[in-house]
Design a binder for this molecule. Sequence first.
Ligand SMILES: *Cc1c(COP(=O)(O)O)cnc(C)c1O
Length: 421
Amino acid sequence: MADMADNESLYRRACEVTPGGVSSPVRSFSSVGATPYFVARAEGAWVWDVEGRRYLDYVQSWGASILGHAHPAVVKAVCAAAVRGTSYGAPTEAEVLLAEAARRRVPSCEMLRLVSSGTEATMSAIRAARGFTGRDRIVKFAGCYHGHSDALLAGGGSGVATLGLPGSAGVPAEAVAQTVVAPYNQVPVIDREVACVIVEPVAANMGLVAPAPGFLEGLRTACDRAGALLLFDEVITGFRLGPGGAQEMYGVVPDLSTFGKVLGGGLPLAAFGGRRDVMELLAPVGPVYQAGTLSGNPLATAAGLTVLGLLDDAAYTMLSGRAADLAAMLTGVFEEAGVAAQVPVVGSLMGLFFADSPVVDYDAARASAANGVYARFFRAMLDRGVALPPSPYEAVFPSLAHTRDDVERTADLARAAIATL
Ligand SMILES: *Cc1c(COP(=O)(O)O)cnc(C)c1O
């Protein structure tokens, strides 16, 4: 092992052995013009890089570490599970407990199946919807990200947006021929050829964009009229906005839902679920095939169960309070500095757009990202030891480990950062 690794040389070595030096594109910091820090360890609200620098972390594995990094209860559960074996290829009690825990919180999920990534969850849910309806077409919204499966990359948010890609090379035209992309926050026409409408009920992969009043309700009505299924991609919002996610917050019940991030407590785990009549089409009960060697992995289910168990009402109140405080303080800082900014908050999710007016869709999110202020602000904050998401298209994720002091420190550092721009 090399002693005294530093970010620059690790990044150079990484770029030799993996494209862009990273295992997932946004981590390369290419859209914010910086060298990524290589994490050595993390605890609570903080990450330390290989050079020993410490950052107040608002990425938190894109919200997966909702309790903060290396929460003692999660560490203990994962270690205890590892001692019992890391993967069996046979069912476990923990999978039953996790599915039951999820269903108690999200009653629309009469049945669930565990998978290992959000990408798998959305891809499989769409297959189930197509199998159920016997239709091929799907409708998604520009700026929503549903993972990197072929059919869902069209008009994608997150990394697709970060890198300014219209979709992706390597995706056959036929693979997206049945994907219709509509503008977020407008109810599109849904006809009887549509199998399902997939939506982030709160869009958190183009910055943060809340659903306009009536949008989710309108989708529900339009789907019902056309006999199409409504699929809420709650990979970010699930178990984060409250026990029942966005569907509970907005009171709109989807037919199918997908979860990830928080549900796995920072380990590779995700799930899709919904109506029993749809889910019972899955193999081995029905004809829709879906499977996974590591699905329901024992380390991941142990982490997920621990996290869900700790997310009580007090935790959600505290999380939303932190996000609201942070947004209010940052808004004050930007106003003081005369910088046009929008700092939307939904529950414990926060967004940050350098824009004159509220951002309601992907076009507006792109216009705001294009002014380059976010990238400069990101670098100025990173220099001061605050790790914001390395892209203007991602949400900001305060965790339960972020204290009121951390939030105040963030605002103070933002004041100093903004003064240098
Ligand atoms: C992160 C994300 C996904 C993809 O999940 P992966 O685990 O990265 O495959 C899908 N949908 C939404 C809304 C996400 O935020």
